[in-house]
Design a binder for this molecule. Structure first.
Ligand code: ATP
Ligand code: MG
Length: 275
């Protein structure tokens, strides 16, 4: 197994994750995305709602008014089909731009925020995630096994996001033709805590192993809803922790994601000391 650089001594946290971009440029970029780009989308969504209401009023008027059959035949398809369909397309376009802009903002913020390092009890953290997914897992009849997991250093909120995304994927991309099985295992390799999330789902072709981490990249949209953002966020968070993620998978036999997080970290520079 190819481990990240071996932490013989505790890792030193690096600042930010937006290398090569000036902080003031990043501020401008975030302002453009959150205001200049999103404001027109909100306007479009608002006016779609207005148009739908206006169309509903027209339909009612049209039903109540006396008019010739010829006129009725011309107007009816406009208010019942053409206009509502056009509004649906406009709204779907605006919603997808909205998803993309919120995704970009989330990724930029992830690169900027400070990591709140602490020692994480991963057994406890994983139980919290699994209990929030319990209903979905039960509904799908998934057999879930969690082994004893080693501690690591990390930001509780961000590390929770990592494993919530990976377990969500594991249950979302199961193969409907066989009972679902998900296993969460953990072990220590040199100075790293390694966590393996395995499923017996549909699997991922080897030529897609790198692309699944790209933003907005989805291989199996028919398997369930998603924005194609989860793994990009997962990878970003793990890199901010100076760790790594690797995937082992084959179509038809399932997938294992392995996450490497540090066991120890020197956070003296960040204002407090952890040994
Ligand atoms: P989101 O996480 O934003 O809701 P998503 O699940 O589609 O949407 P990612 O988590 O980034 O996005 O995953 C990208 C793609 O990788 C998925 O759409 C799916 O095709 C594939 N994938 C991810 N995890 C698995 C898995 N455990 N088994 C099979 N395919 C997977
Ligand atoms: Mg996902």
């Amino acid at each position: 197994m190819d481990t990240p650089n071996h932490p013989d001594k505790p890792l030193s946290p690096q600042a930010g994750g937006t290398q090569g971009v000036l902080p003031e440029d990043m501020e401008t970029l975030m302002h453009v995305i959150s205001h200049d780009l999103r404001a027109p989308i909100v306007t479009i969504q608002g006016f779609c709602q207005e148009l739908t209401m206006a169309c509903d009023r027209l339909k009612t008027l049209f039903e109540e008014e006396a008019m010739s059959d010829a006129v009725r035949d011309h107007i009816n398809p406009l208010v019942t089909q053409d206009i509502p369909e056009a509004v649906r397309f406009i709204r779907a376009g605006a919603d997808s731009v909205n998803t993309v802009t919120s995704g970009i903002l989330r990724l930029i913020r992830l690169g900027q925020m400070d990591i709140q390092w602490e020692r994480l009890d991963m057994n406890q953290l994983m139980m919290g995630i699994v209990s929030s997914l319990e209903f979905q897992l039960k509904k799908k009849g998934v057999v879930l096994q969690i082994q004893d997991l080693p501690d690591c250093m990390g930001d509780e909120v961000l590390v929770t996001q990592v494993f919530a995304n990976l377990i969500d994927n594991a249950q979302k991309y199961l193969d409907p033709s066989r009972p679902g099985e998900i296993t969460i295992a953990g072990f220590i390799v040199k100075g790293w805590a390694v966590y393996a999330i395995s499923d017996n789902g549909i699997g991922i072709p080897s030529e897609q192993h790198a692309t699944i981490f790209r933003v907005f990249n989805r291989l199996s949209p028919q398997q369930g809803k998603g924005d194609g953002l989860g793994l990009a966020i997962v990878q970003r968070i793990i890199h901010r922790h100076q760790g790594k993620i690797e995937v082992e998978s084959a179509p038809g036999s399932g997938t294992t994601f392995r996450v490497f997080l540090p066991r120890a970290i020197d956070v003296e520079e960040g204002g407090h000391h952890e040994s």
